[in-house]
Write a protein that binds this ligand. Sequence first.
Ligand SMILES: Cc1ncc(COP(=O)(O)O)c(C=O)c1O
Length: 346
Amino acid sequence: MKEEIKAYNSVLDLIGNTPLIKLNKVSVDLTGNFYAKVEAFNPGHSTKDRIALYIIEEAEKRGILKPGDTIIETTSGNTGFSLAMVSIIKGYDCILAVSSKSSRDKIDMLRSMGAKVYVCPAHVSADDERSYYNVAKRLHEETKGSVYINQYFNELNVDAHYKSTGPEIWEQTGGQITHLVACSGTGGTISGTARFLKEKNPNIKILGVDAFGSVLKKYHETKEFDNAEIYPYRIEGLGKNLIPTATDFDIIDKFIKVSDEESAHTTRELAKKEGLFVGYTSGAAFQAVKQYAEEGEFDANSNVVIIFPDHGSRYMSKVFSDDWMNEQGFFDSVNQEEALKIEIIK
Ligand SMILES: Cc1ncc(COP(=O)(O)O)c(C=O)c1O
């Protein structure tokens, strides 16, 4: 009898089932046990693989997507990459409207995956006709046989995490998770994961991560949309200048805001101390853990799961570039000496 060939049918078979990895060195000064759900292990290197596959397959099941159709989305990069990847395997065209805040690497990556990319100004309001939301809507109207994924306002974004990320964390922790810490952009990750976990154990605390310059934390606390909260910031994918319906504010217990600078240093710390080469929002999430710890959120029995959304290779021209860190003034106040001295041998 011939041996079975142990191969996956395509990269799509590798989506999800990402590892939970204990954080050892970055957490030495903190009380509790800390575990990272490292989403960079998805084949598209981010958590957005889960929603891309789930939403496209749901649209196929419902007869909304037909062979040769076009998938359109607004994206800070990761969702676009995942949609482009799934589109290639399944035979769809992919059009993406991205923010000018997205790194050049991300835009080049999307184009390498066969997507058509429109770069839209980052610092215009969400209702401006040039915003990436409105550009995607217009392209959807103009393109026959197109489907607009609309991750900010699509309940399937939440469902994807309810059906995969939540059950995985519950199973991986043997039900012993006490706190979930997750960044909120569309809110799909935190809301779907939290919904599953709270159904299993309503005492699990859901701790959100927001950025300075975003409306989410204030909206969560007051239900007021405060324009004064909105100003430009550097972290991509975290925080918002609108209120996405994909965010279930009621299931989130608390939000904390993190700064561009501290999040950048924490991202670099994760690489240097844990060997975890993860993205800017992973650093932001762990920065939030440090701040939540200062507020006394955790004790010795806490089992804290932190979602690390994507891979560090997407930020080579940002947090992992010393020149970029210097330009932002991030080496001025802390760790002057952290700037790598590169020795050139002649
Ligand atoms: C790098 C990164 N981190 C975090 C998030 C936030 O995830 P969610 O949109 O599920 O709230 C995103 C989403 O765009 C992202 O791209």
